[in-house]
Design a protein around this ligand. Structure first.
Ligand code: ADP
Length: 475
């Protein structure tokens, strides 16, 4: 699952992780800055209040204690909450408490304090900021204490945190979605290149990948792949040309050797050993000739110049013609060959008669070769929903599951047959190519030691118009 993650998903995860870290850092810094600013604001208010209280104490130095207390009470009433006290060094109040709240408030111990000191105190579940500041008046040292609730600050911070908690996930989801959509869009050409590359095989090497006009790495990648395809195409074409030329050129010397050996065999005076040698040469030349013919057929097919002549062909006629010849060969191997063309079967297909002949011959020849005597080979032609089905069935050695995926590959021969039965491994490759050029499918069903059935399903005969178009396309 993890291995299949796309680049877009990885980019989105990275982008979201970095974005989240950035947001968390930003939120944290903002929270601490806000907290600091609010606390400092509260501290400055307390400092100003203490300063004004000091001025009041100085201004009322000459007043009677009652007058001074009244002034102090008025000052406390004017500074919200009235949380204010003036203590002596020994902790006793120098002025009466202005409010019951100030009297009950848990003021910090002030006896040893000789400099300003801020503290935070929780009273009745509420946090307070408290400033205690020494104040000299004549010979006496007083301690001025003021307090202010921090609940307002806490509320602001809580609102800010709640805002962060809502906005961060929403921003994160939006940015992840946006990032994913953008990266998918940016990488879409990669998917197109991948899909197009998957479709390129040896048979369509001349095709090229789409080149996105993005002037970036993707465009360079497509152009580089196309250059590579061009090089591969030309190399493969060279190999195909070489195979075709070599197969063609070899046929003359092989024919010459065969003819020479056959001429030598006509001489009755040659000894028995030389005769056997010449007979072997004739047989091997025959095999080599068949192999070269098959190679030339495939090389021409690869090069696209097979020169097939398509026309309406009665498949029943092909079956009769091939089976008549094949019956003799099957009989020589001790087999029975039966063929059946369904009555009322419209078996006309659009094809090349010699190729169809060859296709059927290959399938019957294999059935004969890979069936122990006495075997039964059945050839049939049926019509099903417009399509014509040609089937060749035997009760021979069958094909193993391991060999099945390879039997249509060039030069592939299943092991048990290789040593005993003559063949080159090109028959089914040619049969498949013939089926494909006819728009037909060639399939196989087999069970080891029970038998094999090959089916060729031809498409319905094309209309006159399609045939005319096909002729025109063939040039
Ligand atoms: P070959 O020249 O070896 O017959 P083909 O391309 O015609 O080459 O067939 C490839 C391989 O498929 C054969 O070597 C054989 O192992 C297997 N095969 C083909 N037809 C049959 C069949 N009717 N029964 C069993 N095996 C078969």
């Amino acid at each position: 699952m993890i291995r299949q993650r796309s680049i877009s998903l990885r980019l989105t995860i990275w982008f979201s992780a970095v974005f989240f870290a950035g947001l968390a850092l930003f939120g944290g810094v903002m929270w601490f800055t806000l907290e600091n600013t609010l606390t400092n604001g509260r501290s400055r208010t307390l400092e100003r209040r203490v300063e004004r209280l000091g001025e009041l104490l100085r201004d009322t130095r000459q007043y009677t204690p009652e007058e001074r207390a009244a002034k102090f009470q008025a000052f406390a009433d004017a500074t919200g909450g009235g949380l204010i006290e003036v203590f002596r060094r020994n902790g006793a109040r120098a002025l009466p408490s202005p409010t019951s709240a100030a009297q009950a408030f848990p003021w910090p111990h002030v006896d040893s304090t000789d400099r300003s000191r801020f503290s935070e105190i929780t009273y009745l579940g509420q946090p307070y900021r408290v400033l205690a500041q020494p104040f000299a008046t004549g010979s006496e040292m007083l301690m001025l204490c003021v307090a202010a609730p921090l609940e307002g600050n806490r509320l602001v911070l809580r609102t800010f945190s709640a805002g962060l908690l809502w906005t961060v996930p929403v921003l994160l989801v939006l940015s992840a979605l946006g990032g994913y959509i953008l990266s998918r869009r940016a990488l879409r050409p990669v998917d197109q290149i991948t899909a197009a590359t998957r479709l390129i095989t040896l048979s369509n090497l001349s095709e090229r990948l789409p080149v996105p006009e993005t002037h970036d790495e993707l465009q360079r990648l497509s152009e580089t792949c196309n250059d590579m395809l061009a090089r591969l195409d030309s190399a493969v074409n060279e190999i195909k040309r070489f195979t075709a030329d070599a197969s063609h050129e070899f046929r003359n010397p092989v024919s010459f050797m065969r003819t020479t050996a056959e001429l030598a065999l006509r001489n009755r005076q040659i000894d028995a050993e030389s005769r056997r040698a010449f007979e072997d040469i004739v047989a091997e030349c025959g095999k080599a000739n068949r192999l070269l013919k098959d190679m030339l057929t495939l090389a021409r097919a690869d090069a696209g110049n097979s020169q097939l002549a398509f026309e309406p062909v009665d498949l029943a006629a092909v079956v009769r013609a091939v089976c008549q010849k094949a019956r003799v060969v099957a009989g020589e191997h001790g087999h029975t060959l039966a063929f059946q063309v369904a009555e009322e079967c419209e078996a006309t297909v659009w094809g090349d008669y010699p190729s169809l002949h060859r296709l059927l011959w290959t399938l019957i020849d294999n059935a004969v070769k890979y069936t122990p005597a006495p075997g039964t080979i059945r050839v049939s032609v049926t019509a099903a929903s417009g399509a014509v089905v040609l089937a060749v069935q035997d009760n021979g050695i069958g094909i193993s599951g391991a060999d099945m995926p390879h039997i249509f590959e060039r030069f592939y021969r299943a092991d048990p047959s290789r040593s005993q039965v003559e063949g080159s491994g090109l028959g089914l490759s040619i049969a498949l190519w013939i089926a494909n050029t006819h728009g037909a499918s060639l399939s196989v069903q087999s069970q080891e030691n029970a038998g094999t059935i090959f089916r060729v399903v031809f498409p319905p005969l094309p209309s006159e118009r399609h045939r005319a178009e096909a002729f025109a396309a063939a040039g």
